[in-house]
Design a protein around this ligand. Sequence first.
Ligand code: DQA
Length: 151
Amino acid sequence: MEKKPHVLVIHGPNLNLLGQREPGIYGTLTLNDINNKITHSANLLGLNVECVQTNHEGVMVETIQQAVGRYDCLIINAAAFTHYSIAVRDALAAVNLPAIEVHLSNIYKREEFRHYSVLSAVVNGTICGFGVHSYILALNAAVSLVGGDRE
Ligand code: DQA
């Protein structure tokens, strides 16, 4: 019987503005466009995916906590929280679920305050700089971490 891994994609603050937000950096796709591409690729890879977005740190912490037992893997673009939220880092460390950190832009090519991620040490790996493809690459990484339709 088919048993698809469940993957939760968490988008952080201001990513709801994609499409109009600094398009030179983040591109012109809306969050809805990105989620549609994620869902399409997840289906092809044999993953079950759900996408959520929040502008609130506490909601992100609770979303991570509540993922236990419901999801097999997290893909997280914590946006600005990446650079300073010990609460999000501690939540990821606490749940101990496979997790992939994603960024649309190459954070190492940008302002110095974006070069450091407090999350990187508690995730399996990080993918950044490929626009929407960062998420698609992360889905492929999720397959290698938790399996896909071939299992
Ligand atoms: C981002 C990079 C962060 O530095 C920034 O605060 C974001 C988006 C990215 O996807 O490139 O909001 O996570």
